[in-house]
Design a binder for this molecule. Structure first.
Ligand SMILES: NC(=O)c1ccc[n+]([C@@H]2O[C@H](COP(=O)([O-])OP(=O)(O)OC[C@H]3O[C@@H](n4cnc5c(N)ncnc54)[C@H](OP(=O)(O)O)[C@@H]3O)[C@@H](O)[C@H]2O)c1
Length: 294
């Protein structure tokens, strides 16, 4: 029987994004066989998903695909909901029908950011943006589909790949004499390489089906964007740029940003027995990889 196979066939969709590329970098020694696709297998089409799963006899889907342009999503609603909600519904319904296990990534933006303590997995959601709402609808579609799943909510993701805050700050603090960075939004910077390692380890375990549910995975500790920018500049040795703190109202964005989006990650630690590195330690690791050009 397919589910009894020792060597699982694992499909990573959205494999050219930050998390997908991070996964590609570490699966070499796996006992399982990995398949990577990006937009060439458009998961917004149920037929594509069904066909890919059947043809490749997929056992596990890791969904790294998403519409992640938070501000653009406010205008480009249809596309955001197509990728973050309907495509996730496709994956989950096909997963349910074919006995496939689904690992899906979600976001701190499902919360409104008004809490005064770290968010637990079962805290009430209240998304304040199209992106957050589309991701929340994706989560619900999974839960309603009846498939077996793990949803990992993460936040403030950065890596050596693509565009992200850390890479932007390395560049700006080397080019400019002075920049202003928001200091009244607090969250948990998360190195995509660390999240990829957790996902990889979960799949390597043969008992992941017993650990279904929603989990938070974020880097240890928390900070503001200003504190993160200062640490990036410090590690990069860009000490000539003045980094001034500013408020959200001084740096308006199209989409609402949660003021407080610290996620409590104890459940993932306790369930999977993992240690979560502090965000400063993870940042140093990522910046070393950026320097090496990896
Ligand atoms: N980035 C963050 O700060 C952050 C924070 C919290 C949670 N997350 C979540 O973490 C996950 C990974 O994020 P990430 O930063 O790695 O995302 P990313 O870099 O934007 O990568 C997403 C990938 O999915 C692809 N994609 C988009 N639509 C697709 C479709 N219809 N079919 C197949 N592939 C498609 C994208 O291609 P194109 O680029 O060509 O569109 C891109 O290669 C996402 O679920 C995201 O919501 C991210």
């Amino acid at each position: 029987m397919k589910s009894d196979r020792k060597m699982k066939r694992v499909w990573v969709c959205g494999s050219k994004g930050q998390l997908g590329l991070s996964l590609q970098g570490i699966v070499g020694g796996s006992k399982h066989r990995y398949f990577f696709t990006d937009v060439e297998v458009d998961i917004c089409s149920r037929d594509n998903v069904e066909e890919y799963v059947r043809q490749n006899e997929i056992d596990v889907i890791i969904n790294c695909a998403a519409y992640t342009a938070v501000d653009a999503a406010e205008k480009d609603k249809e596309k955001a909901y197509a990728v973050n909600h309907l495509a996730v519904e496709n994956l989950s319904l096909v997963a349910e029908k074919n006995g496939v296990f689904l690992i899906h990534i979600s976001t701190d933006y499902v919360f409104d950011g008004r809490a005064s303590r770290p968010y637990m997995e079962d805290d009430a959601v209240n998304p304040m943006s199209v992106y957050g709402d589309s991701k929340w609808k994706g989560e619900r579609a999974i839960e309603e589909s009846g498939c077996k799943y793990i949803i990992l909510r993460t936040a403030w993701l950065y890596s050596q790949y693509g565009k992200n805050f850390v890479k932007t700050m390395i560049r700006l603090t080397s080019e400019k004499e002075s920049i202003s960075v928001v200091n009244d939004q607090r969250g948990c910077p998360t190195y995509a390489g660390d999240l990829a390692r957790v996902i990889y380890d979960v799949v390597e375990r043969d008992d992941y089906e017993k650990t279904q549910g929603v989990y938070h995975y974020v880097g240890g500790g928390s900070c503001s964007w200003w504190e993160l920018a200062r640490e990036v500049a410090r590690v990069a040795g860009n000490d000539r740029c003045e980094i001034k703190p500013c408020t959200t109202s001084e740096y308006p964005t199209v989409a609402h940003r949660p003021a407080y989006s610290v996620l409590d990650a104890r459940k993932v630690q306790e369930t999977f027995g993992i240690e979560i590195p502090h965000w400063k330690e993870a940042l140093r690791k990522c910046m070393a990889n950026i320097k090496k050009g990896e």
